[in-house]
Design a protein around this ligand. Structure first.
Ligand SMILES: [Mg+2]
Length: 233
């Protein structure tokens, strides 16, 4: 019996670009308010608001847009005008509407794995936006299940695996976030594969010991297929 049944992938910054859009918007925000406060402080105020608001608003662009508006009001001492607020809303709308840019080797890797294994896509964020991205990516047909969740905890992974008639001990989760994709899956008894992305989202940073059982790290997504091979031999 194979040690592996389900092979799950994170989406944002594992299958396609995502952070570059947040990064660009943060920088633009810093520039827009640089006559009120130094660029770096403007960016930092926005990132602090994002972090604070995740608890209430969850992840995603709509939450980010509210954080931009809130920070604009704060850093201008309530003086920000409607035209500027309009600009921030337009920035958020552009982020929701951008084209999907797949990361290198993603399609080939999914193509190679999908005949042999049941693949899942597990992503968190705005339901509506994530659904649109999955559709626009053209990758949906590789996945037996597409799971859009509000958070990625060990219990989340247990629930998803059960729903697909399996369990975490025979599941591998690959993604660019150690905190969301790798560690909770390992804690749930599964395999975690860290696929680093060059800009790591500040909120998600976490260290992992190389001694951690069932932990793998690869150069890029092609390495996931190698891990799968090792675990199925
Ligand atoms: Mg990700």
């Amino acid at each position: 019996v194979s040690k592996l049944d389900l092979v799950a992938f994170d989406a944002d910054d594992t299958l396609w670009h995502n952070l570059i859009h947040f990064d660009a918007a943060e920088k633009r925000f810093g520039e827009m308010f640089s006559h009120h406060l130094p660029f770096d402080e403007g960016v930092k105020s926005l990132m602090d608001a994002e972090k604070r608001n995740i608890k209430l608003y969850g992840f995603g662009v709509k939450s980010f847009t509210l954080s931009m508006i809130e920070t604009a009001i704060d850093v201008t001492g309530g003086e920000v005008d409607a035209a500027t607020i309009q600009k921030l809303i337009a920035m958020g709308r552009d982020m929701l509407d951008h084209d999907i840019e797949l990361l290198p080797h993603v399609e080939d890797t999914l193509k190679a794995l999908h005949g042999e294994h049941r693949l899942l896509l597990i992503t968190k964020g705005d339901l509506h936006h994530q659904e649109r991205k999955v559709l626009a990516s053209g990758l949906a047909h590789y996945f037996e299940g597409i799971e859009i969740v509000s958070d990625k905890k060990p219990a989340t992974y247990h629930k998803i695996c059960k729903r697909h008639g399996s369990d975490t001990s025979r599941t591998l989760m690959a993604g660019n976030s150690i905190r969301s994709d790798v560690l909770p899956m390992i804690e749930a008894g599964g395999y975690g594969v860290y696929v680093p992305f060059d800009i790591l989202w500040d909120h998600e940073h976490e260290e992992v010991s190389s001694e951690t059982p069932r932990f793998f790290e690869t150069q890029d997504i092609r390495g996931v297929a190698d891990v799968v091979l090792r675990l199925t031999k």
